[in-house]
Design a protein around this ligand. Structure first.
Ligand code: GRF
Length: 210
């Protein structure tokens, strides 16, 4: 089987990265992780990648004045590893048109809420503040607007009156670790043939320094 080359972008612990890397070890899984890109020097995801023998690129965003310049470095690293599908797994950066143009409809993200509810950084706290009784996680295609874009998969979890951000986050993350590898595999098998190949898409010069 010709496996799709996946590039994972992560900023933190990398538990989702670990879940995907574990599934990707199976000969039947349709993708393989070609590279992990981190923007934070202390991101634990890097240790996990080394354990799996997956190459790591550290590209600290603070080394770049403009978000587009950072994304340009990220795209260069992805292209150097011949990445065909980009998977954000706790990537604490907002994608710029530079990244989106290089991988149109080929960037996935997981978010800890049932989108379109509770977009942004504090989704779990907001869910608790609203008193929702059901929350969960969503895998979606990345678009310019944060946590928007077509939904590929969702999983729901109950919210209990005694929940804290930590307890709800743990319950959601257990679902994420099951859902994300599955949704990625499904996307590769059913949707990827319809979207343009990254090598056919040039990064528009007009996007420079926006
Ligand atoms: C996940 O909960 C995901 O929903 C959010 O960031 C978190 C990353 O966790 N986008 P980890 O680094 O995969 O452990």
């Amino acid at each position: 089987m010709n496996k799709v080359r996946i590039g994972v972008l992560a900023s933190g612990s990398g538990s989702n990265f670990g879940a995907i890397a574990t599934q990707a070890q199976s000969p039947d899984y349709p993708g393989e992780i070609a590279v992990l890109i981190c923007n934070q020097a202390q991101a634990h995801a890097q240790e996990r990648a080394r354990q799996f023998g997956i190459p790591v690129h550290l590209i600290p965003n603070r080394d770049y004045g403009h978000r587009e310049d950072h994304d340009r470095a990220v795209v260069a690293a992805l292209q150097a590893h011949r990445v065909e599908l980009v998977v954000m797994a706790g990537w604490m950066r907002i994608a710029t048109p530079v990244l989106l143009a290089a991988y149109p409809d080929r960037i996935l993200n997981i978010h800890p809420s049932l989108l379109p509810s509770f977009r942004g950084m504090h989704a779990i706290q907001q869910a608790l503040d609203y008193g929702v009784k059901i929350s969960g996680c969503t895998v979606h295609i990345v678009r310019l607007e944060v946590d928007s874009g077509p939904i590929l998969a969702q999983a729901a979890v109950p919210v209990y009156p005694t929940d804290t951000v930590t307890s709800l986050q743990q319950r959601i993350q257990s679902e994420e670790h099951r859902l994300y590898p599955e949704a990625i595999a499904q996307y590769i098998q059913s949707r990827m043939a319809e979207v343009p190949t990254p090598t056919n898409v040039a990064i528009p010069a007009t996007l420079d320094r926006q």
